[in-house]
Design a protein around this ligand. Sequence first.
Ligand code: HEM
Length: 448
Amino acid sequence: MRTREAALSRLLMAFITSGLVFMLFPGTLLGVWNLLQISGRESVGLISPAWLQAHGHAQVFGWIGSFLLGIGFYSVPKLRDRATGIIRAAWLCWALWTIGVAMRWAATVYLWRWRALVPIAGALEMIAFLIFFSIVSQHRPRDSGKSRMEAWVWVVMSATVGFLLSLVANVIESIRTSVQGASPAFPHSFDQRYLALLGWGLLVPFVWGFSAKWMRVFLGLRPLRPRILIAGVLVNLTGVALAVAGKFSVATWIFVAAAGLSVIAIRMFEPSEQEAKTRGIHKSFPFFVRLAYVWLLVAASLGVAAARWDTSGGIWGASRHALTVGFIATMVLSVGQRILPAFAGMRLLWSPKLMFFGLSLLTVGCTLRVSCEVLAYQDYAKWAWSVLPASALVELTALTAFAINILGTFLLQRSHAVKEPMIVNIPQALSLPQPRFTEKTSTRRLTL
Ligand code: HEM
């Protein structure tokens, strides 16, 4: 059992490490380069759309997708029961996913044999996801002794379907573009609708699901309001369907309503009833998690403004980055540094101070970026163009600090998961002040 747990931790670390590599180089460095070019030319329209999309794909699928797959595999108890064959399949999933995302990025940026490689890359990503899906879909949560599934499970299922649909849309459009297009970039009208699916159909519900599952423990929040959460997800799905149909002016209002419902359901801004669990990480953790939800509301509101007033791509871009950097990246930097050290063999986070440094810089960078993107692109204030490159470098430093902290944890921190048979209760393990093993903790089953 101990070797299986170690094998699962290794698998998780492989997904997280490749996700960090995608985030840093193909994702963020290319994003910074694109922003420097846009600021130099004072227009987003003069930049290669293929490069913009290569950045977006690397961030959403390369970074966040790899994290989701890795954490998803780690959380399925079945892998602990009959590990060997399934773990092999999970490694195959990692290899196909990593090759697929890397191939897509390289073919889009270097244009080498892109007509063949972009659809092949999409197919590899799809096969990798189907391997993941076939493994996790056999799993029934152990607490389903209660006849009904918990609300957070429905939310994660909706996000998983969003993930699948995003990959299907990507494969179909990749084939169409490779046959008919002049470059690997998806046409603008498709891309806008596809981005709504990625943002609100995939990324946002995953974060809601994990928040519903974990934030009560981590932040000491009051009990979840499950019906309101499900209502929020249904409203959100309506918004996604309308956005995909091109009805942005209605869809954006619906996203505001869905975001509001999620906040009410999770009780994010209500006073906590218990102390937050911050041992081993920085004390500012609850602040940044709440701040992420402020960014969610900002992103949704900017979407409404974009549908009404955008003439340059600037308000859409600001809304998208309030969502991807403000909401998603702030959550990943907060929750990732909370859970990944424990999942990776019961380690302690390498540096809580570096965690604070990264999150603070991300907040500063994102605030500058979102505000100045509107002012500059829309031609409201010329000086804002000179702030945008600085905002990109601040965000790059923030994300680099996160990557260093996680890799420092994997490489430099001792694993405490060696002395006992490792069947761990994850929520319990996560709230342990120090990784220590007692008779009680070491013989519990993993029940995420
Ligand atoms: C240092 C941080 C980042 C920088 C400098 C950056 C820069 C950019 C730029 C310049 C664009 C072009 C559109 C626009 O002007 O707004 C863009 C688009 C995009 N970014 Fe980022 N970005 C960063 C982080 C992220 C993160 C963390 C994510 C996702 C988790 C992300 C996802 C996307 C997506 C999906 C697009 C749309 C691509 C498309 O047009 O299809 N970005 N980014």
